[in-house]
Structure formats: structure tokens, C-alpha cells
Design a protein around this ligand. Sequence first.
Ligand SMILES: Cc1cc2nc3c(=O)[nH]c(=O)nc-3n(C[C@H](O)[C@H](O)[C@H](O)COP(=O)(O)O)c2cc1C
Length: 327
Amino acid sequence: MTMPAMFDNLRLPMIGSPLFIISNPDLVIAQCKAGIVGAFPALNAREKEGEPIELERWLTRITEELDRHNQANPDTPAAPYAVNQIVHRSNARLERDVEICAKYNVPVWITSLGAQEWVNEAAHGCGGISLHDVINNRFARKAIEKGADGLIAVAAGAGGHAGALSPFALVQEIRTWFDGPLFLSGAIARGDSILAAQAMGADGGYVGSAFIATEEANADAAYKQMIVDHGANDIVYSDLFTGVWGNYLKPSIAKAGMDPDNLERSDPSNMDFGEDRQKPKSWKEIWGSGQGIGAVGDVLPAAELVNRLEREYRAAWNRLQSAVKPA
Ligand SMILES: Cc1cc2nc3c(=O)[nH]c(=O)nc-3n(C[C@H](O)[C@H](O)[C@H](O)COP(=O)(O)O)c2cc1C
């Protein structure tokens, strides 16, 4: 195992991944208290001009609530939390947000859409670690060259900006040269799949869409229900909505008046991942999701979802004890 020491006390080897708009302090705190790494994109914390900086308020609240939890529960301390930085030129807040995260000693930094040495240095400067998400082996090498400590392999079927490679192919290729921290992203929504990620050579799972259907998630009730009601066949892979390939719920596209099975291609020069992403109004309710949602049967508190994942993880381990013949 190649997990960093700060992950020693995780209840399950997993990260509740950052979700644009959806991840908020309530969800992150619930995930960390449940014993898994909780994460949010820095850009989710937004203030209007002249208002106090929302990212500072979020970090203060998360730090204080997790400290209180740790004092009251020294035997079951909270997992560390993570902040996601979109390292793309359209993110005008990057420098400011990096400075704030360094000031608050954010323990885990997740970077997406471009690896940059100075962001990794900022993470290390405050005692944190950086994990960069990649969709292929070439980007993985680049990220490590630029000083990332670990990788998130985003395979086919992931929610948000997904890759197109089989998780087996991706993890196998990365493991030929990289033995550091590696999390697998894409359609993981059961504890069995977290154990499978470890069996494949990853250190843990990176789970996003399943957390949309939690009580704490900042998502429309109809979005949560759509996650509960649908499965892999209801997901379409398209680059139309952001210029980068990602997975979306077909019924939400149909509701916006488009045919999800005949979507146009996008113009990548329109890519915008800044705070005020400009989308046509009719796209506002086009909802992202990975292919793994067939395993999601209810909207639950995040802690109960983690309980389910742990039960499944342990049951899968027990099942394998009799399935794998001793050498
Ligand atoms: C609605 C939605 C929004 C997302 N937003 C972000 C984001 O802002 N930053 C990021 O690094 N990843 C983002 N992701 C990707 C997830 O962090 C993660 O890679 C993915 O959800 C894992 O696959 P799964 O959804 O099948 O579990 C998003 C995913 C979804 C479904």
C-alpha cells in the first residue's frame, strides 16, 4: 500500500470527490466525520462583491467543526478534508484561492485540468499533499514531473469530466512506473468496487455521483431523485456542455429540449471553468453523473451512505476469502 500517512486512520480507503456546485461544507464535514476524505471545489465558495470571502468562511467552519469532533472522539477522529483547484487559465481566482488554502493549511489539495508546479509547492509549503486527476498515462507522468504527490485516475464512466479508458488499462499502465498514492475514479458506488479498485492496484476509490443523492448535497431534489431512478444506460458522454468530454444524465438533456442521442460536438476554444461559467440558460439544468448510479437506491444522509459502503466492502472481503484458493 502506498497511502500517505495522513490517510492512516481512514475508515474506508476512499475520497468523496469534489462536485461543482454540489459539494458544500455540510457534505464535506459529514464525509470527514464518517471517516472518509471529503472534498469540495474552491470555486463552490462564492461571495458577491464587497462581501467577506466565502472560501475563508467555509475553511474556518470545516476546520473548527472537525477539531471539535476530534476532541470529543479521540478514538474515531475525522478524516482529513480536501480542496479542489481548477488549474485552468479561465479560473481567475486560482492565485487568490491557493493563497487562502495555504493560509488555512489545507491538508489535501486536488488539482484538475492542468498540473502546475507552483500549486504543488504551495500545498507542500503548508504541510499538505497534492493529488492530480488524469485521464491517461501521459498526463499522469506530466503531473508527477510537476511535483504532484499522487494521482487520481479518472476512467471511463466517471461523472463530470471523465476519461474514456478502461479502469484496468489506466491503473495497469500507471502502475508500471508509479508506486505512489493512486485513487481510481469512475462509476464506483458500492463498497465491493472500492475493494476492486485496491485489487487492481489503486490505493482507494474516488466516489462522486453517489454523493449527489445525499441529504447534505447542494442539489435540486429532482436531480437527487434522477440519480436514484436511473442507471448506466441513461448516461451520455458529450463535450457539448463545457468543451471537455463528460458524462451527463440523458433525461435532464431531454428536459432541456435536446435529443441526448444526437448531440452536437463542441468548440474547445469556448472552454470556461471560471467562477461565472457562461452557459445558455437552458443548459442550467443539465445534470452531470457517472455510470455507477444503478447502485444508488435512496437519498440518504452521507454518513449512512458511508455505512453502506463499509458493509459492502467488508462483505466483499469475506466473500473473497473463500473465493481465492490459497497458494
Ligand atoms: C456533477 C459533477 C460535478 C463535478 N465537478 C467536479 C469539479 O468541480 N472538480 C473536479 O475535480 N471533479 C469534478 N467532478 C468529477 C468528480 O470529482 C469525480 O471524478 C467523479 O464524480 C467520479 O466518478 P463517479 O461520479 O462515477 O463516482 C464532478 C462530477 C460530477 C458528477
